[in-house]
Design a protein around this ligand. Structure first.
Ligand code: ZN
Length: 237
């Protein structure tokens, strides 16, 4: 089993060697709540411990990253195919669990969100987090693979923007655009509704238009709208 082991307080005092997944597989309550920390004990601590077994020692040496899946807790050393599956879970919308992340033993974590937001941060070093928007899943996979190999310098070459974008920034922006479009549409409708009925005696001057022109205009309602607003008329009634 590829588990992380660490020293945790034992039941009867002292410390016991336990799989660290027990400490990391709960979800934080909010999208940007503190990440469960990857507690990789120093090897010397292990060697000093009488209960430390060679079998576990072998395991400890090769485990150096884990993924936190959206719904299934943490998984140690996922391979490329498994990473792809974990990222594919982001295709389903779940605002309560908007992201999944990969943490390397260096403390660096790459969180990938449904929205395409990716945050690169190191909870241990306290360095300023950085982020990118609109990252494709394929690109996210590439970043995860680099992080799993500890290629921190290569990841830092990416066009990161400073800070931790709000987890739902992209969603909120979409919402603002939606509302703004709704307001525009309502104003357009109001304008359109105020246009007087088209005349039967005067034709719209727009080429090929069979409708009549409204009073005080050479155009029908639709073409008058487009002439004034300089964009297509969303109404045709
Ligand atoms: Zn017309």
């Amino acid at each position: 089993m590829g588990l992380f082991y660490g020293l945790v307080p034992g039941l009867w005092g002292g410390f016991a060697l336990r799989p660290l997944t027990l400490m990391t597989n709960h979800r934080p309550p909010g999208p940007r709540a503190a990440r469960p920390r990857l507690v990789l004990p120093r090897c010397s601590n292990y060697m000093d411990n009488a209960r430390f077994s060679p079998r576990i020692s072998h395991t400890v040496q090769r485990m150096n990253y884990f993924a936190q899946t959206r719904w299934g807790g943490s998984e140690n050393l996922p391979d490329e195919n498994r990473m792809r599956e974990i990222l594919a879970e982001l295709e389903k919308s779940d605002p309560e669990h908007p992201d999944t992340w990969l943490t390397h033993e260096s403390g660096w974590t790459l969180s990938v969100y449904e929205s395409g937001l990716v945050i690169f941060e190191n909870m241990e070093s306290g360095e300023e987090p950085r982020h990118q928007l609109g990252v494709s899943r394929e690109k996210a996979l590439e970043l995860w693979l680099k992080l799993s190999r500890g290629e921190i310098a290569a990841i830092n070459q990416e066009p990161w923007r400073a800070g931790q974008a709000p987890a739902r920034g992209a969603e909120e922006r979409e919402e603002i655009i939606r509302k703004s479009e709704a307001v525009t549409l309502a104003l357009d409708r109001e304008f359109y509704d105020r246009l007087a009925p088209e005349r039967t005696t005067v034709h719209c001057r727009h080429a090929g238009c069979q409708k009549g022109a409204i009073p005080n205009s050479v155009f029908c309602r639709v073409h008058h709208f487009e002439n004034i607003r300089h964009r297509p008329c969303p109404f045709h009634d």
